[in-house]
Design a protein around this ligand. Structure first.
Ligand code: ATP
Length: 352
């Protein structure tokens, strides 16, 4: 059995089923993100694991212990919320030591653990400050230290970075990952930000309407999305229509251009299917090894810094592609005729 084991978890609010037969095993030391749009049920699952919300049915086990009906304070979990939720009238040190004090630990022991935690979060000098004297990022570090101080078995993070600005979000997510790995603590991280989930997780659970659509490594989720929802929610995607010419060999037609997918298709000859392609697999011009070449016109150019996103009108459809910035080569101009190319085997055929 997995270290954190969730089976057949369900939650209904009135007549609304917000979590549907949710099953997941998380290994000890693993960092798993719940990723999904607002309202998909990710916070509700997290709150049931924490013990802040009662499940309608299902079981939750931690390290072999059935915690399903235990109150939150007996589950050995640590939690960090979106809003900092520090005690404003306590110093940083007292905030971090709070759980230990409640548990009845001695003064010297608490002091030692607090200074260890301050060291861990990189704020060794700030123990005597009050929360209002800290930046948002520092407050979240303290909230993390407070959650970790009592040595929980599982760490739960509910959108802990959402209230911070972009630069801090990135540095703090890397910091969270470093600390998590250093301690080897089993962690669930809830986010609606796909880049965040891709960058720090061992595995991602993509949630949609109360269901886990796909569970996989960031690489699998991005490159082998199991459903159309996952493909569209995670990363940017081109979806284009193609007509099946021969199903067995995977020959299709995109406009007038024949495309060899080189794998059998479940659709029949004459049927229309959707092909999905990530912007980075489409090349401007004819690239080596690309067997599909399409002619079009530049429709839009978005200079993003290191990457330039270009939209090309091809046969009545728009294809987005990404190229890297090259200082000695200005981006193409809107309206210019271009060729784009891809490799047929990189095209995904998605289930609806
Ligand atoms: P967000 O990112 O917006 O928090 P989420 O994916 O975490 O979204 P949940 O907060 O888990 O979603 O909510 C899932 C659904 O359950 C939503 O439709 C929400 O309105 C509903 N819901 C959550 N809590 C309650 C409650 N106490 N009573 C009734 N409905 C609720």
């Amino acid at each position: 059995m997995a270290f954190l084991d969730i089976q057949h978890l369900e939650k209904t609010f009135g007549s609304l089923r917000v979590v549907k037969d949710f099953n997941l095993g998380i290994e000890k030391g693993e960092f798993v993100s719940f990723l999904g749009p607002s309202g998909c049920g990710k916070t509700t699952v997290l709150r049931m694991v924490a013990g802040f919300e009662t499940q309608t049915s299902g079981t939750i086990r931690i390290d072999g212990r059935d915690v399903t009906d235990l109150p939150a304070n007996r589950r050995k979990i640590g939690m960090v919320f979106q809003a900092y939720a520090l005690f404003p009238n306590l110093t940083v040190a007292d905030n971090i030591g709070f759980g230990l004090k409640v548990a009845g630990e001695g003064k010297a022991q608490i002091a030692r653990r607090v200074s260890e935690m301050l060291e861990l979060i990189g704020l060794p000098q700030l123990g005597e400050r009050y929360p209002f004297q800290l930046s948002g990022g520092q407050q979240q570090r303290v909230a993390l230290a407070r959650a970790l101080a009592p040595r929980p078995q599982v760490l739960l993070l509910d959108e802990p970075l959402s209230a911070l600005d972009a630069k801090i979000r990135i540095s703090l997510r890397e910091e969270i990952r470093r600390i998590q790995q250093e301690l080897g603590i089993t962690t669930i991280f809830v986010t609606h930000d796909q880049e965040e989930a891709l960058s720090i997780s061992d595995r991602i659970v993509v949630m949609h309407q109360g269901i886990a659509d796909q569970v996989g490594t960031p690489f699998e989720i991005y490159n082998r999305p199991a459903t159309r929802f996952v493909a569209e929610f995670v990363g940017t995607l081109n979806l284009v229509d193609a007509d099946v010419v021969e199903a067995e060999s995977g020959r299709v037609r995109f406009g007038e251009v024949p495309v060899a997918l080189n794998r059998p298709l479940s659709a029949r000859a004459g049927e229309r299917i959707s092909l999905a392609l990530r912007p980075e697999i489409v090349a401007l011009g004819r690239a080596e090894g690309h067997d599909v070449v399409l002619s079009g016109r530049i429709a839009e150019v978005h200079f993003l810094g290191s990457v330039i996103r270009i939209r090309v009108a091809v046969g009545g459809q728009i294809l987005s592609l990404d190229t890297f910035n090259q200082p000695d080569r200005p981006p193409p101009v809107v309206g210019a005729p271009v060729e784009v190319s891809v490799s047929g085997r990189d095209l995904l055929v998605l289930a609806a």
